[in-house]
Design a binder for this molecule. Structure first.
Ligand code: SF4
Length: 458
């Protein structure tokens, strides 16, 4: 998610560049909403940011404030209707919303609102705000009052950028599961972004993270901050450090790349391996492999080449696409692997199918031994907060112990980073993390099961 409020310039290109830098967070659809102070214009479609937008599309997005979104679906199908920003027109007020996360009380909200046709939690949030704006429409502070009124009814994970014709609202849920940061432009404008790395691309300076439970309102008068929720302990998704975030981003003031390198260093101490070469699974396994190699003294080498133009396999929404994706995505370098005892370093094993194919690929390329090392603990519990793993039966570590997984993926040995090791590697273990998928310790109430398509089915 990305949002810009500028004092002096059209901002559609800035949002485009921001979304481009955040493409890794969602690759199914992309959209931008802008306003010139009078009219909100929305353009969205299925595909990557660069596929969805061209010069004519950006030229049609007029105005000095706007929001953008790149979607990875954790609720609802991947179709045009569910692409974001979600939009509602209420009387004279236009509301657009971009959401990162997943609500855990979607069914209750849908029932309370009595809506028909909403297919995602994000849609329900847009609807709830629109109705509350309608109640407040004579009030110039309508949008922020509406958000303050309805946001406490939402449970679960939501980092949001919301706009009407004249202002932008940024909001993080009380736990702060998903990130959001604030940057400043040299013209006096402001930027909201899921990650700090996207600020660099538009020449914005990092100001600070939006705090867990904080709402920021940006309009012609500048910035105001509110706290509409009861305070709870913060719980940023620890997988932002492991997998989601770009390595050149910072969270809790800590470099993601430095944290991942440290994960590899600790992993090499916890699970050393007799080997000739350390090979990363590109790209998210690279920093941990570098840390593993530096700490173990075993040479690091590229043994798998990634086609940069293929999306992350894990983010693809169906198993069939994931299975095809690995062949498209990676190719081995036999010169690195033939006759070698290889340590293959990856950031996580979720379903196991990708790792199994990788081990086969490395063996077929001539490796004498393949020792898999994973820079996070076994992923055993479903995520209800914005990672598409709500079905526990698909999680290999929920079904098998480490030795069984090792046999299943065909590795000579398998070692996972401990949870203590992971938290220590972040360098900010006291800052507050969600570790539910690794520990089963959920920071909020969660449903017994979650159906990604529950609204569509009903
Ligand atoms: S359950 Fe796991 S993936 Fe989901 S928010 Fe918590 S740490 Fe992140």
């Amino acid at each position: 998610m990305f949002a810009v409020y500028s004092a002096t310039q059209r901002i559609s290109h800035l949002i485009y560049f921001g979304l481009f830098a955040l493409q890794h967070r969602g690759q199914e659809s992309a959209g931008i909403a802008t306003s010139d102070g009078e009219t909100v214009t929305v353009f969205k479609d299925l595909g990557l940011v660069a596929q969805v937008f061209d010069e004519p599309a950006l030229a049609g997005l007029d105005g000095h404030l706007g929001i953008g979104h790149a979607r990875y679906s954790t609720m609802g199908s991947n179709n045009w209707d569910n692409a974001q920003p979600a939009h509602r027109q209420v009387g004279n007020t236009s509301v657009a919303l971009g959401h990162n996360g997943n609500l855990t009380n979607t069914a209750e909200l849908a029932e309370a609102l009595g809506v028909s046709g909403a297919t995602t939690d994000s849609d329900l949030m847009a609807e709830g705000i629109a109705r509350a704006v309608n109640d407040e429409r004579s009030d110039a502070r309508g949008l922020e009052m509406a958000v303050m009124e309805v946001a406490p009814t939402w449970k679960g994970a939501f980092s949001l950028v919301i706009m009407d014709q004249g202002r932008i609202v940024g909001l993080r849920d009380p736990n702060g599961f998903r990130p959001l940061c604030l940057g400043s432009l040299s013209d006096g404008g402001w930027v909201l972004s899921s990650e700090t790395a996207a600020l660099d691309l538009v020449g914005a300076k990092f100001v600070r993270e939006v705090a867990a439970g904080e709402m920021i309102v940006i309009d012609a008068n500048g910035i105001n901050s509110y706290y509409p929720f009861e305070r709870v302990d913060p719980g940023l998704c620890v997988f932002e450090f492991v997998y989601f975030a770009r390595p050149d981003s910072q969270m809790y003031g800590r470099s993601i790349h430095a944290a991942r390198t440290e994960m590899g260093r600790i992993l090499s101490e916890e699970h050393p391996a007799p080997a000739d070469v350390i090979v990363p699974v590109p790209e998210s396994g690279i920093p941990a492999a570098q840390g593993f190699a530096a700490a173990s003294g075993i040479p690091y080498a590229d043994g798998l080449v990634k086609n940069r133009y293929v999306g992350r396999t894990f983010i693809e929404p169906t198993q069939m696409l994931r299975d095809q994706g690995i062949q498209l995505k990676l190719n081995p370098i036999p010169e690195t692997l033939t006759g070698k005892r290889v340590v293959l370093v990856d950031d996580s094993i979720v379903r196991g199918s990708t790792t199994r194919q990788l081990v086969t690929m490395v063996r077929d390329a001539g490796a004498a031994e393949v020792h898999v090392r994973v820079s996070s603990p076994p992923y055993q519990w479903p995520c209800f907060y914005g990672m598409d793993t709500s079905d526990r039966s698909t999680l290999i570590a929920a079904q098998m112990g480490v030795d069984e997984i090792r046999d299943h993926i065909g590795a000579d040995s398998l070692g996972y980073l401990s949870l203590d090791g992971l938290l220590s590697a972040t360098g900010v273990s006291d800052a507050g993390f969600c570790t539910a998928c690794l520990s089963g310790d959920y920071p909020t109430e969660v449903p017994e099961s979650a159906d990604k398509f529950q609204l569509e089915r009903s």
